[in-house]
Write a protein that binds this ligand. Sequence first.
Ligand code: SF4
Length: 196
Amino acid sequence: MASSLQSLRKEAADCRACPLWKNATQTVFGEGPLHAQAMLVGEQPGDKEDLAGKPFVGPAGRLLDRALQDAGIDRSLVYVTNVVKHFKWEPRGKRRIHAKPNGAEIAACRPWLETEIALIKPRVLVCLGATAAQALLGKSFKVSQQRGTFVPSSLAPRVTATVHPSSILRAPDDDSRHAEMSRFVADLRRVAGELK
Ligand code: SF4
């Protein structure tokens, strides 16, 4: 089975199923143990992840690390991935600014995620942010209203959604950043409760 995940990663490295590979450095495949109990699914790799070839290693990844630690979840027991595996961006001066993937790109990339889920078989699947939640739980899913609740889904025994850690980084001031971080950790504590 481990070799299946490795073969999948190798195959995904050459994926050309949508145009996003053209402007990205490399495919950023999921990462974590084969028998991870929890799978966290974000939107797409960011600038740092694109360069490193690893998911959640930039500022949002560091915030996620802290939140997982505060919630009592060891990141090394968690598989992290994204609904889209190439970085979509627009130039702004010398910077590469995140651009939201469209429905066709998300649909083209979905077979990779579905195979990751089938191989890992996580007990708990957590969508991070609206793009992942709506791709996996339906267009009508509202993260703002339904975050932290477990919803029926065939994807895993327990499925939930919360915000993407990058949204906490974008909070307008320290007070709202701290408040958002507390809510994020509270959502992840509910996930921790399912892992015991
Ligand atoms: S974003 Fe997904 S579907 Fe598109 S080229 Fe990359 S791996 Fe393939």
